[in-house]
Design a protein. Structure first.
Lengths: 97, 727
């Protein structure tokens, strides 16, 4: 499973699997088209705070993991710290999650 | 109470807002690079971010507009630089431009995803991708529409003509492009190209038909080949649902719109040349219900023509032979086409309808003659002793099929009863088959038909019983066979001679004995003797040989007079025997003039019989066999007017019977509905008598007038066409 590096503000690098990143249509487009990002295997999201990006990656992985699981099964809640909600909202909009 | 602090997000990219123009330059530049294929030098994230921030700053509209313009400009350049060719290369160039455009557009629209999501959705604009396609449609495709379309159709038509080397890949790709592009709520293919293609297809096949130079008879095969070819061509570049439309067009041109030709020229030729498999094919091609009907109709017409053109062969001597030959030919025709259409239609309900219709037309021509011929045919069949019973039943069944078509069944009935009576009295046919036939006809047209024949059968069997009983109690020295006939059932006129015919003594005693016997068992009945129907065997020693001569009773009575006397004049014979004059003449003609049965010598020797003529036995008579059968001559037309008056009698009889029938039907109908207009009454009466004959309007009018006269019905004083029933 190939990995992609997401880069946040202050150049903190967060690795994520390609499949998980593809949950976001925006990231998917970046990776599936022959843009710079594709062959650098690195996406710079320099406007996003590291801890927010960390949370986003967590969510993407969470989502990807349970995406195909049927409703009946026990899916753990995804915990979102209240104070981060606004920042996450904004990024979610940006990445079209 | 907790105080939750929500961190305000550092707005994404709002820190240093670049001017719109600066941002646009980035996008414009990127678009140019994408067109050039230098995608890998671009950062998606950067571009995405620019679009994002412009959209957020409510500059999406302007951005959308600029992107549109840029695409347009790009396409115009493409058009100017590479699409000014006129040859088939144009199609290739367009395809190339299309592929490039799609690829660039996909990348651009990915980058502008956020614009689609926010601006386009909110403002109900087509997404960037669709906008780009729209530009392509308008700038590239529509601008050279005529050229593109005709280039494509030219290739398609070439392929239809069987040319090799058609570039189906390109055609398929072009059709795919057209189906991708939308145009006023449908695909470009459907709104623009398809109508053109269908029109050209029509023209192509129309030309084929107009200049059709092949054999008329091979048209079905040609059409089939064309249709197959078309399917083959279409399948190479069109979807199935689309090619179905084309197939329909082709079919309607070649068949439906050409039905005139197909039905009136092709079909008769196929039938004429017995091309039955091609006919079958043609039926398969004409599966539209209306076409199919026309085809059937045509076949039916053809058959009826053929049937009507079967003429009577008057070179044959006897009318019976003419009739038998004619009916045989009609039956052969019927069998032939029944078999044909059974195989063509494979159990469709219409299959035999065409044949049936045709035959009802054929048999409606000259209906009375046909009815008579059929009766004669049946007579002939039943008198043929050599035919086995099973095959006879088959033959009779065929005859019954014809019988069903007869419109003038009453004519048939008359002739049939005449002949049936003769067959029965002469015992010339199998009683079992006769009964079978009557039963079959009863099934077809109802009880009334069978009444008289069944009466005849009954009389025959009762008579037989009586004969054997009589034989036992009276010991008659001769073989005899007496049939007592119920006069109502038999088609003979009552013998109404004023004077009792004088019989030779031996016969007279037999007659008296039988009368005695019969009166004992059936008191109160009147027996009257129908000598003219009987025959008698007389043995006589002529000079050279002994002969047993079977002759009509009257002839025998005359002959036996000469037992005691040498010579009589005709007048004397008449006085001695009381034979009615016309019978006397007829029988004298038979035994004194007919060349093979000249038992008497006539003085003077000529062909007329006069009261003064004298007769004596012709001892020099001889014949090759011991048994001789004397057949009564038919009185010839020149000798007197009797035959024509006889057939007039039959016709008169028939007319009277029809009148009775019509009058009864009118009265019955009016009685049940009390009052009615003329026309519906005619219809009802026509139906009521249709089993027996065709109602002639003249006859109907006459009958109505007569009933009015006799005050069964009354015309309405205000409206002469309205009739009332008078109780």
């Amino acid at each position: 499973m190939s990995e992609v590096i997401l880069v946040s503000k202050s150049r903190v690098e967060v690795p994520i699997s390609r499949e998980a990143a593809s949950v976001s249509p925006v990231l998917r487009s970046m990776l599936s088209n022959p843009f710079l990002e594709q062959h650098q295997n690195k996406i710079e999201l320099l406007d996003i705070e590291p801890h927010v990006l960390q949370k986003v990656v967590e969510y993407l992985e969470y989502h990807q993991r349970y995406m195909l699981v049927s409703e009946d099964e026990d899916i753990p809640d995804f915990d979102i710290p209240t104070e981060m909600s606004l920042e996450l909202l904004l990024v979610a909009d940006y990445l079209n999650i | 109470m907790f105080k939750i602090q929500i961190r305000s997000p550092g707005s994404l990219g709002a820190k240093s807002a670049p001017t719109f123009e600066d941002s646009w330059k980035i996008i414009e530049n990127a678009m140019a690079m994408i067109h050039e294929g230098r995608v890998s030098e671009l950062s998606f994230e950067v571009l995405f971010h620019v679009v994002y921030s412009l959209t957020l700053r409510k500059l999406g509209g302007e951005l959308y507009h600029r992107i549109g313009n840029a695409l347009e400009k790009k396409l115009r350049n493409v058009k100017a630089s590479s699409l000014n060719v006129t040859s088939t290369d144009l199609l290739l160039e367009i395809l190339r431009a299309w592929d490039n455009h799609c690829e660039s557009l996909r990348l651009i629209s990915d980058v502008t995803m956020y614009l689609d999501k926010v601006y386009c959705k909110d403002n109900r604009k087509p997404f960037v991708y669709d906008m780009g396609l729209g530009h392509f449609r308008d700038i590239i495709l529509k601008a050279s529409k005529d050229q593109v379309h005709s280039l494509m159709v030219r290739q398609i038509n070439d392929a239809r003509r069987g040319a090799v080397g058609t570039d189906f890949e390109t055609l398929k790709a072009l059709v795919g492009m057209m189906e991708t592009l939308t145009d006023s709520n449908d695909t470009y293919y459907i709104t623009e190209f398809e109508p053109f293609l269908l029109e050209k297809t029509r023209k192509f096949y129309k030309t084929f038909i107009d200049s059709y130079s092949g054999e008329i008879i091979s048209y079905p095969r040609e059409v089939q080949t064309l249709i197959e070819k078309e399917q083959e061509v279409d399948s190479k570049f069109l979807n199935q649902d689309v090619s179905i439309k084309i197939a329909k067009v082709v079919e309607s041109i070649l068949i439906s719109e050409n039905m005139h030709f197909v039905a009136e020229r092709v079909t008769p030729q196929l039938l004429e040349n017995n091309k039955f498999s091609d006919l079958k094919l043609l039926f398969a091609l004409c599966h539209a219900p209306t076409d199919n009907k026309k085809l059937w109709k045509q076949c039916s017409q053809y058959i009826s023509h053929e049937g009507i053109s079967i003429t009577e062969d008057f070179s044959l001597k006897k009318r019976a032979q003419v009739a038998v030959k004619w009916i045989t030919e009609i039956l052969e025709l019927k069998t032939k086409y029944e078999n044909l259409f059974k195989s063509v239609a494979e159990g469709e309900s219409t299959d035999l309808k065409a044949v049936n219709e045709a035959f009802s037309i054929i048999l409606a021509q000259n209906g009375k003659r046909n009815a008579e011929y059929l009766a004669v045919y049946i007579d002939f069949m039943l008198r043929s002793p050599s035919v086995a019973e099973d095959s006879m039943r088959v033959k009779l069944e065929e005859a019954i099929a014809i019988f069903k078509f007869l419109r003038e069944k009453d004519v048939f009935e008359k002739v049939y009863q005449q002949q049936l009576s003769k067959r029965l009295l002469q015992q010339r046919s199998s009683l079992k088959l006769e009964k079978h036939l009557v039963n079959r006809m009863k099934e077809e047209v109802g009880r009334s038909f069978a009444l008289k024949p069944e009466g005849m059968f009954r009389d025959m069997s009762i008579s037989q019983t009586n004969n054997s009983k009589f034989q036992q109690s009276y010991q008659v020295p001769y073989a005899f066979d007496i049939s007592v006939l119920t006069s109502a059932c038999w088609p003979f006129q009552q013998t109404s001679s004023e004077k009792e015919v004088v019989l030779p003594a031996s016969l007279e005693s037999l007659k008296l004995d039988y009368e005695n016997y019969y009166m004992k068992s059936y008191n109160g009945r009147v027996l009257s003797w129908a000598y003219h129907l009987g025959s008698l065997d007389v043995g006589f020693q002529f000079k050279k040989s002994y002969h047993v001569i079977t002759m009509p009773v009257y002839a025998a009575i005359i002959f036996m007079l000469f037992e005691d006397h040498e010579e009589f004049s005709m007048q004397e014979i008449k006085d001695l025997t009381n034979i009615p004059e016309h019978e006397l003449i007829r029988n004298l003609l038979t035994i004194a003039i007919a060349p093979k049965t000249r038992l008497l010598k006539k003085q003077p020797m000529n062909k007329k019989i006069l009261p003064s003529d004298r007769f004596r036995i012709n001892y020099s008579f001889s014949a090759p066999t011991t048994k001789v059968k004397v057949l009564a001559v038919l009185t010839k037309p020149e000798s007197d007017t009797q035959p024509s008056s006889r057939s007039n009698d039959v016709a008169q009889d028939l007319t009277n019977e029809r009148k009775r029938c019509v009058e009864a039907a009118i009265v019955r109908t009016l009685k049940s509905s009390q009052r009615m207009y003329f026309d519906p009454l005619f219809e009802l009466v026509r139906e009521a008598v249709a089993v027996r004959f065709q109602l002639d309007p003249g006859l109907f009018h006459k009958s109505v007038d007569k009933l009015v006269e006799r005050e069964y019905i009354q015309r309405d004083p205000d409206d002469g066409t309205f009739l009332h029933y008078l109780a």
